[in-house]
Ligand binder design. Structure first.
Ligand code: IPD
Ligand code: CA
Length: 285
């Protein structure tokens, strides 16, 4: 079942074209402001707010989200915001921002310059739980790369239209994989990793779900799979991928806002799925 950007039932359209343009501009401004703070702190020791076995949360995650909240909610005072660092704005609103202030926090903490800001704007559909994404912005402050898309328009990287790759075979493909943040996800997905490695040209684990998705959108990678990602990791870049002609398959799994996803250039889904299914069966999952 797809609920993140459900397209079977036409959602009510609440936002006008002018507001859509304004929303994109605001999301870009917010992403750039948060990104500038990330860049200023790249080589500085970071204050860790909390830590678990496979994850780190920084004070800067919270500061970046506050910057983003201020810009977005001032420009759209009636909207709501669902972020990795909490909720803000009007919860019942028909418009909600979905924000990951720093995607790739562990990279960022260790000084690896591969992390980004991810901001999506979603419109509520006929049923309260259905949202469709209408704006997506992913900003990599270290490469100066801004990935954007808005409803009805093509995906762009720094203003230039982008498209997914045309590679149809696994043996020439770069496939990214993520292991989420828990031991269960590791156990289930390690057999998939092992099975994919010899079949593809290269496997990549980037540490940023949003950038892995954006890279599929831009044709750098050909597919990306992960189980256990949260909506804020994938909402913006999944939409950018769709606007770039790619396929963003996902389904909700247990846990709040959690998804299993397989993004690809439109040619590789079945092939990756077959390898994953066989590997999980052999692994007893
Ligand atoms: C994480 C990164 C990572 C992915 C995890 C995400 P965070 O987000 O995107 O690549 O494997 O599933 O939660 O914690 O860096 O914002
Ligand atoms: Ca994230």
């Amino acid at each position: 079942m797809r609920i993140l950007q459900k397209e079977t039932k036409k959602p009510r359209r609440q936002i006008r074209t002018g507001d859509l343009r304004k929303a994109l501009a605001c999301a870009v401004r917010a992403a750039r402001m948060a990104g500038a703070l990330m860049r200023r702190n790249q080589s500085v020791a970071k204050k860790i707010n909390s830590r678990s076995r496979y994850d780190i949360k920084l004070e800067l995650d919270v500061r970046c989200q506050k910057i983003i909240e201020r810009i977005l909610l001032r420009a759209f005072p009636g909207s709501g915001l669902l972020g990795e660092e909490g909720m803000a704005g009007v919860a019942e609103s028909n418009l909600r921002w979905v924000v990951d202030p720093i995607d790739g926090t562990v990279n960022f903490t260790y000084g690896v310059p591969h992390a980004c800001v991810s901001i999506a704007l979603q419109e509520r559909g006929e049923r309260a739980a259905d949202y469709s994404t209408i704006v997506g912005v992913v900003y990599d402050p270290f490469c100066g790369e801004l990935w954007t898309a808005a409803r009805g328009a093509p995906a762009r990287l720094n203003g230039k239209i982008i498209h997914v790759s045309a590679r149809k075979k696994l043996d020439v493909a770069i496939v990214a994989i993520g292991f989420s943040k828990d031991a269960a996800s590791l156990r289930v997905n390690l057999p998939v990793f092992n099975a994919l490695v010899p079949r593809v040209l290269k496997i990549r684990m980037t540490g940023s779900a949003a950038l892995s998705l954006a890279y599929v959108a831009g044709g750098r990678f050909d597919a990306y799979l992960e189980s256990g990602v949260r909506i804020w990791d994938i909402a913006a870049a999944g939409f950018i991928l769709e606007r770039a002609g790619g396929e963003f398959w996902r389904r909700p799994i247990s846990g709040e806002h959690r998804y299993e996803m397989l993004a690809n250039n439109g040619w590789l889904r079945r092939k990756v799925e077959r390898v994953a299914r066989e590997a999980r069966m052999e692994g007893g999952f």
